[in-house]
Design a protein around this ligand. Sequence first.
Ligand code: DHB
Ligand code: FE
Length: 280
Amino acid sequence: MATIVGGITTSHVPAIGRAIARDLQADPYWKPFFDGFPPVHAWLDRVKPDVAVVIYNDHGLNFFLDKMPTFSVGAAPEYRNADEGWGIPVVPPFKGELDLSWHLIESLIGEDFDLTTCQEMLVDHAFTLPMAMLWPGQDAWPVTTVPVCINTVQFPLPSAARCYKLGQAIGRAINSWDADKRVVVIGTGGLSHQLDGERAGFINKDFDLQFMESLVSDPAWATKYSITDLVELTGTQGVELLMWLATRGALTGTVKKVHANYHIPISNTAGGLLVLENQA
Ligand code: DHB
Ligand code: FE
């Protein structure tokens, strides 16, 4: 059976893509953010995942407002990126892990999660940038992938409790995948940020740090909040923290904190990073 080695949760601001393309990692603005990653690279070298299940929110590249699935899972042999208009380079395609995609889809629908199955899927900055931060300077990505999308773009959004349960079901599905593979779960989004409206630039450090701590010691803590509470507490785009909650839900074993980083701001966003190891 497959093994879940752990979870990595991180922010996914488009400006990171421009910083990587321009080699600005040591620039004073970027250094405190990129300095968070070497310990994650060391951990990845140690746990050596074969497959990444990437939980993220598409921002309009694959799904637009006319058709917006609440939950969707990729089942394609390959996932391509495309120009989203942020001025970030398009990256090489990602190889899909088809067998896990279909196993995940069967298991989740078997547990009454009504998914959209995508046999074609473009992946946006929320997928590609975390991959580039975790495996920098690669010509070919060292893991195969399964994209899982949660709608945080168009209301109504799924509740925090529902996303946590989705994560738990993803964890059960990976654990029952009949393959001798090591799987890392990656969740991208957040932490607090609001890109537009009267509260543009809103960041809530106290909440972010409490949320990060809760994922270690009290993982269901954030499920007590409604979506409106979360928007108020973390900003309209801060609700992307749902990806972190789903990722934590997927860690079904004993969880140990390996590394964390928090830096504000990156563009308009609180840049968070957390690595949790999972022991079966
Ligand atoms: C920013 C943050 C995001 O999560 C995103 O998807 C786009 C932009 C930002 O802070 O610039
Ligand atoms: Fe985003």
